[in-house]
Write a protein that binds this ligand. Structure first.
Ligand code: AMP
Length: 406
């Protein structure tokens, strides 16, 4: 295959993040971000990573996704990396919700787009933006394969016992209510990299992956296949997050509506945007929370304790689901950087074979590494996630299978 570049696009409702990679060595050629699309204060930040180019910023109104992608294209062209290049093999799109149908990366056709559209009711914020991104990229390079890589795909191997809620089956099926899980590209990538770190094949290891970013989710991965994950119908379920509550009794919603007089939309906003760490202590950045904890701030300390308590519950639950655990892997902004979170989450679990070595845990590094002492039965690892690389690899593998597109 002569075309070796893949452009990865992550289109949100008012933003587009992008990376251009060369798949011969998985190197980044350029990365960037367009923010506040549709506003007066739009901004494009572009960083070329070859030829010694400097970060550039464009501050002018960008009306829509089409204008955003054209602006990105112009920046890439200025670096000799234009989207019209024959070296571009495909564009890989992050698509948040693939439902049950999309279990693997998929070349976008009209039918595929229609199915992503059909899933809008279960991903009202994300799928429309993803569709816009795909359509815009198609218009720019209609000859090029556009590949959809789904956040939910890795979790489609969950057994029904884990994926189904215990509610009326007919109602659930009519409205596609079940647990789908998200952050799938991260869980896939990190579970594989953890196996690599242990010197084993993914088929031979059982891993608990803790993706702790502003959004957070856990997964139980048996022999490379996901068997359980903490996010559900939407990303609201599970762990305590930056602004999301994670698990609550569903009756909290009825109570707030009936007794608190709140509308469904208000409760939705409360649980998704004003809860979690920010709801508990006013901050959602773990650095700030730790600083406050160290100063003796009570609200921050309680928020931290609630966060850790939930995390520990999930580690225990997934240990039981897997039966045998080879590794627990921490990833994403908090998981990769916050040593106190890793230490506290594993504290007291020695009977389960889990322990963290204080010195190893304190090391700061961008590399995947073990932080458990040698005697520990279960490896504890820090494994930096790389969702863009995973999307690029899946995209490239798919187009390579269908032959040289150039
Ligand atoms: P992500 O969503 O993966 O980008 O993670 C973002 C979150 O990571 C931020 O909200 C912070 O809470 C956390 N984070 C980033 N850097 C650090 C750090 N050095 N120490 C603790 N937490 C961090």
């Amino acid at each position: 295959m002569t075309a070796t570049r893949v452009l990865v696009l992550n289109s949100g409702s008012s933003s587009v993040k992008y990376q251009l990679l060369d798949m011969r060595d998985s190197s980044r050629l350029a990365v960037g971000l367009v923010e506040r699309i549709g506003e007066e204060t739009s901004r494009l930040k572009h960083t070329p990573l070859t030829g010694g180019g400097e970060e550039r910023e464009l501050n002018e109104p960008i009306a829509d996704h089409e204008a955003a992608l054209k602006a990105v294209s112009a920046e890439l062209t200025a670096d000799g990396l234009g989207l019209d290049s024959p070296d571009l093999a495909a564009i890989g799109h992050r698509v948040v919700h693939g439902g049950l149908k999309f279990t693997a990366p998929t070349v976008v056709t009209d039918e595929v787009l229609a199915e992503i559209q059909r899933l809008v009711p279960v991903a009202p914020l994300h799928n429309p933006a993803n569709i816009t991104g795909i359509r815009t990229a198609q218009a720019l390079r209609p000859d090029l394969p556009q590949v959809a890589v789904f956040d939910t795909a890795f979790h489609t191997t969950m057994p029904e016992s884990a994926a189904r809620y215990a509610i009326d089956v007919a109602t659930a099926d009519e409205h596609r209510v079940r647990r789908y899980g998200f952050h799938g590209t991260s869980h896939a990538y990190v579970s594989r990299e953890t196996a690599k770190l242990l010197g084993k094949a993914p088929e031979d290891v059982n891993v608990i992956v803790l993706h702790l970013g502003n959004g957070a989710s856990a997964s139980a991965v048996r022999g490379g296949r996901c068997v359980e994950t903490s996010m559900g119908l939407t990303p609201l379920e599970g762990l305590v997050m930056g602004t999301r509550s994670g698990d609550v009794d569903p009756a909290v919603v009825f109570h707030l509506a009936r007794v608190g007089g709140m509308s469904v939309d208000e409760v939705d906003t409360l649980l998704n945007k004003k809860s979690g760490l920010v709801g508990l202590c006013g901050d959602n950045d773990m650095r700030e929370i730790r600083r406050r904890v160290d100063e003796g701030d009570e609200a921050a300390s309680l928020a931290f304790d609630i966060y850790i308590h939930r995390l520990k519950k999930y580690i225990g639950a997934y240990y039981a689901v897997l039966g045998r655990v080879d590794a627990v892997a921490f990833t994403a902004g908090v998981g990769e950087n916050a040593a106190p979170v890793r230490e506290a989450a594993v504290a007291g679990l020695e009977e389960l074979g889990l322990a963290v070595d204080g010195e190893l845990n304190a090391v700061r590094s961008d590399e995947a590494r073990l932080i458990s002492p040698e005697y520990a039965r279960v490896a504890v690892a820090v494994v930096p996630t790389d969702e863009e690389l995973e999307i690029a690899q899946q995209t490239y593998a798919l187009v390579a299978r269908f032959g040289d597109p150039s």
